[in-house]
Design a protein around this ligand. Structure first.
Ligand code: DX5
Ligand code: ZN
Length: 227
């Protein structure tokens, strides 16, 4: 297949979910030690996904410690529209909401923008790319889940590559410039595969926080050798 080329510079977004939650500042410092611009924050409600993580209070505390990182906030919530204000006020820069639950998606995207944040729309592994079509002009980023959300440390699902290709094609055909992010089971091999399918933004929890050489991992993601 032809290699898909994103219009955006590649970005790594380490997921703080994989850091030690008794010492989140240590995790933050591991990110700050490198020229990383994005931090991924996984918010889980125990309803839309079968797990709980943390809320706006933790996001605000991290924001107190770091004013510069782009806080890429992934809301895995059944009712994200009810929490936009809290996360925006806590310091989120980008708020991504899932397309699957039953709530007013378009209105929620507008609300995110009204709070001065960038907008993201998230698709679960089985959700077709077409589910994003009505919202393409309203988003700055589309996140394709490459595992079922809820837990770190799962294996990448290759069947999600087709969704990435379709969204990349839609981006080219419409001339829109949303980023294409991938999340779940991302390591150097799966990141490279996703990049060939148009992805430009790579969430990595386990692979970043457990990497023996985080700098080498960061460079390989953001400045990969030519394919
Ligand atoms: C899963 C989360 C991911 C998770 C990724 O529900 O959305 O961001 O932290 O973890 P790894 O990189 O370990 O698969
Ligand atoms: Zn996530």
């Amino acid at each position: 297949m032809t290699r898909a080329v994103s219009p955006h510079p590649l970005r790594l977004a380490p997921s703080i979910l994989a850091a030690d939650h008794a010492c989140l500042v240590d995790g933050l410092q591991k990110v700050e030690a490198l020229p990383i611009e994005w931090l991924h924050l996984d918010i889980m409600d125990g309803h839309f996904v079968p797990n709980l993580s943390f809320g706006p209070q933790t996001v605000a505390a991290l924001r107190e410690r770091n004013r510069d990182l782009l806080f890429d906030t992934h809301l895995m919530l059944a009712n994200p529209h009810e929490h936009v204000e809290a996360f925006a006020k806590a310091g989120a820069n980008l708020i991504s909401i899932h397309v699957e639950p039953d709530y007013p998606v378009a209105e929620t995207l507008q609300r995110i923008r009204a709070y001065g944040c960038r907008t993201g729309l998230v698709l679960n592994p089985a959700t077709p790319a077409a589910a994003a079509t009505p919202f393409l002009e309203a988003v700055d980023l589309i996140l394709v889940m490459t595992v079922w959300p809820g837990f770190g440390g799962q294996s990448f699902l290759p069947e999600t590559l087709g969704t990435m290709s379709e969204l990349h094609k839609a981006r080219e055909e419409t001339g829109l410039s949303f980023r294409l992010e991938v999340d779940g089971g991302i390591d150097l091999a799966t990141a490279s595969e996703c990049r060939r399918h148009g992805a430009d933004t790579f969430v990595a929890g386990t692979a970043f926080f457990k990497a023996p050489h985080p700098q080498a991992f960061f460079q390989a993601i953001q400045e990969p050798e030519a394919d």
